[in-house]
Structures are given as C-alpha cells and as structure tokens.
Design a protein around this ligand. Structure first.
Ligand SMILES: [Zn+2]
Length: 282
C-alpha cells in the first residue's frame, strides 16, 4: 500500500460476500468481483473502473473453491468498504488478500478498506483512481505475495530485490546493462519497503511505494511480475513506460509527496479448501 505511519488493528471483514455461480451479469463475469455494498454510491464508479482495468489483463481461469462451506467458481472476491477511521492523514486504509487457494496459492478473497476522510481528499486531488488501482493490485498479490511466492531476496535489508524472471525480462528491455534482479523499495516502514518497486529507480510507475507524478503508468514489468506469481496475463494491456532519467529520478525524490498508506497488518494466506479444478484439470 501507499504508506503513512502506523496502522491500527481495525476491524477486518470476513470473507467476501458469497458470489454464486454463474456470476451476476453486472460483474461481467470477470476474474475480480468487488462487493461495493460498503462503498458510498459516489465512489463506486472508481472501484469498478479499477476492477475493469485489471480484469482486462488477467487471463487466468476461475477455479472452484470452497468458501464458507460453499463451492463457488471464483477468481478473486474483494470486499471494499469506506468508513471513518482516523480523519485526514494517518491511516488511509488497507488492502490485501485475506485467503489464497491451496491449489495455486493465489488470492481467493481480499479486502480494501479506506478512511472516508482520506478518500475525499484523494478525490479532490485527482489521485483517487490511481490509488484504488494500486491498492487493488495489492489484493491481486503485488507486493503482498512476493515473499510467500519466494520472489524477493534481501527483504528487511538495505537492498531488497525482486527475482521473478518474467518481470526481469521486461526490466531488461527498458534498462541498460543486463540486470539480473529488480530493485525493490528499501525505504519507508513496513508496508512500503519490500512490497513496491524502488521509487528512485522507477519514479512515477504505479506500483512504487510513493505517489508521485501526474501520470502513473502500469508498466509491462509490473504486469510480468503477476506472471511470476502464477497468473496468466495479457502484457499488451500495459501502459507505455520508460525509466526516469538520473535527473528525473533526483527530481522525483525531491518533489514526490511521501505518500501515504498503510499496509494491512494481516498477513494473507489461510488456504481455503479446494476441490478439483475442472477447468484446468488434465
Ligand atoms: Zn502500496
């Protein structure tokens, strides 16, 4: 998440509201289905937009998973909510997976919770859409599943690196030299470091840990990192992106707002019981 100071143990929701098979038409049958009943009507559109964007590049098939004793065909069910937490600043919210499937170790359910006061401020500044997309990608697993998937080395140290080969291949396409790993954010506290691309190296890219710039592209490297986690992804859906120049990198580190959200203090990963995945069997 974009980070800002320490989180508290806010009430967490349980599993996403049950989603039956077949999907309600309103959700378009996409891999991600977001329950927006806890989101005020004026904010729902931006959540839907983020969901639509992510569903446009995830090609992974849904699988049958037992949730609360009920077998459902599911990609990721997300419970989104907006509620007063602590006023402007401080805790902005949290987002991440709450359960993964034991078969593919990818998220089945997740939450996105935002502080009413901060959401209003982000809407005013025009950053809300990118922040929602960034947070929803944390639910998908970006940053939140790197350690679980064995994709990061040096976590907790001064030079954490992402090791996924698909993302590295994309990094090589845009960088000089022949890098064998990707620099991960080593600054900021828990929730920023070890779970984002390094701000100095990647500037305004959407999945750095600090909100900066006016446009925040979602690069092929970021999409390829989802492939490293086990997703099937259409990389052509990435935004155009180039690395910041040395000068821009220095400017960025001076000018960017040290944004600003807190990582969820839950760790993912109670596997749910899978039954046979008919779609992918044999
Ligand atoms: Zn983040």
């Amino acid at each position: 998440m974009y980070k800002q100071k320490t989180t508290n143990a806010a009430n967490q929701t349980g599993l996403a509201a049950s989603i039956e098979t077949p999907e309600p038409a309103a959700n378009g049958g996409g891999y991600i289905v977001t329950n927006l009943s806890g989101v005020p009507a004026n904010y729902r559109g931006v959540f839907v937009k983020a969901q639509t964007r992510i569903n446009s590049f995830i090609r992974t098939k849904k699988r049958r998973v037992r949730i609360n004793g009920k077998v459902v065909l599911v990609g990721i069910n997300i419970d989104a909510s907006v509620r007063p937490i602590d006023g402007p600043g401080g805790v902005l919210g949290r987002a991440g997976p709450t359960a993964v499937a034991s078969s593919d170790r990818l998220p089945v359910t997740g939450i996105m919770q935002f502080d009413t006061a901060d959401l209003a401020e982000m809407a005013r500044r025009g950053t809300l859409e990118d922040v929602i997309l960034h947070e929803m990608l944390h639910v998908v697993g970006s940053g939140t599943l790197w350690a679980y998937k064995g994709l990061i080395v040096g976590a907790g140290g001064s030079n954490p690196r992402f090791m996924g080969r698909n993302a590295i291949a994309e990094y090589r396409r845009i960088s000089s030299g022949n890098p064998t790993s990707i620099p991960v954010e080593g600054d900021g506290g828990q929730g920023t470091r070890d779970s984002h691309w390094d701000e100095r190296a990647f500037g305004d890219e959407l999945l750095t840990g600090f909100l900066s710039g006016r446009k925040r592209p979602l690069s092929r490297m970021s999409l390829a990192s989802l492939v490293d986690m086990g997703y099937k992804i259409d990389l052509r859906k990435a935004d155009p992106y180039r690395l910041p120049s040395l000068e821009e990198g220095m400017m960025s580190s001076i000018l960017h707002a040290p944004y600003i959200m807190e990582r969820p203090d839950f760790d993912v990963l109670d596997a749910v019981d899978d039954i046979q995945d008919f779609d992918n069997a044999a």
